[in-house]
Design a protein around this ligand. Sequence first.
Ligand code: AMP
Ligand code: MG
Length: 414
Amino acid sequence: MIELAEARGFVLARCVGAEAVVVPIDEALDCVIAESIRSVEQVPPFANTAMDGFAVRAADTLGADDRPVSLRIVGTVRAGMSGLDTPVGVGDAARIMTGAPLPPGADAVVMVERTELAVDGSTVLVRSEVPVGNHVRPSGDDIEPGDLVLEAGTVLTAAHLGVLATVGMARVSVIPRPRVGVISTGDELVDDGSPLGPGQIRDSNRLTLRSLVRSSGFEAIDLGLVRDDESAIEAALLAGVERCDALVTTGGVSMGDFDFIKVVLDRIGEMRWMQIAIKPAKPLAFGTITRSSDGVAVPVFGLPGNPVSSMVSFELFCRPGLRQMSGINANFLDRPSVMALADEPLQRRVDGKTHFARVWCHYDTETATYRVRSSGAQGSHHMASMAAANALAVLPDGATIQAGTAVRVLLLAP
Ligand code: AMP
Ligand code: MG
């Protein structure tokens, strides 16, 4: 058995970041931006009002807290107007709506709640004294030309795309999201909903892994179910690397007589078959197959077939590897982790392995600590407890973790 760190190092060294491409910002969500962006525009582009109310000269409101002042209404400035036709002179006020430009002469806004319109609508009574700049958003208040608005390497969120749209960027250079092909293997698997025959089970891994690929921000491509047959597996892998940036397979990497993934991967690619000191997910066949069309070494993750093993293996190897391929910084490849107190004993025994126990983790606001309890049976085929878990507790080799002990926990869900 090798240590987890060694296996991860081997995998990550072969998950190389892709070349940047220019895409419309509408397609850039979750992608890593490949260029730093400096604004060429000023935001806001003009001084405008943050409130509906009246644009005034602040000096005209002096003393209005004690004795309301009456101002002459010279017009209305709506959002989208220039405001130039509605200059505000001494003793004047212009009706103004949120987002509208401050008309010439005005230097403050009185919110509508602090005013009272005369019956004939020709004047307004202002009940507040306001300082210069009151409720005014000056031009360039948010972003000035030349400001760095996004740094290369940032994973683009909704807010980042909003900033790009704000400064007028229509297209942006990003590292494309890897297209990840998912293949399940096994003669026992049924994937069409038909009744199970003797010895058959349903193919759950393929859907689960495609979903993990998608929820991790990558593109999932269903490459189907392949039988435990060397030539069928070879054909599937070779076709897969032509279409995809990475492949994820399940099954066929253990010690069994019909575990052909590792055999084929070894023959047609550069492969390392690893027995890793972890539980679940001990075996991993990881390698690269050279794509014939362009010579790119496409990573292939041969995950174990047991459902929980395949998910844990995805978390420990695929997700970080694929994140690295999509340009994410080495410090952010893994799920966030916290230290949590065990609410109950977390069972294990000495076996030379680090265990990844399925747990439910919650934040206890009274004691300001994270707490965990087992989410159920911990066999590598026990999917119900995986579904009931929101975290994996990292249990170092040793005996059962006693209640009250602090353990590191990888948070799988927000
Ligand atoms: P293997 O890694 O091929 O030896 O499979 C290990 C265990 O996982 C066996 O019990 C398989 O039946 C089961 N298994 C393999 N592939 C899948 C799959 N796609 N969905 C659900 N169970 C699977
Ligand atoms: Mg199998």
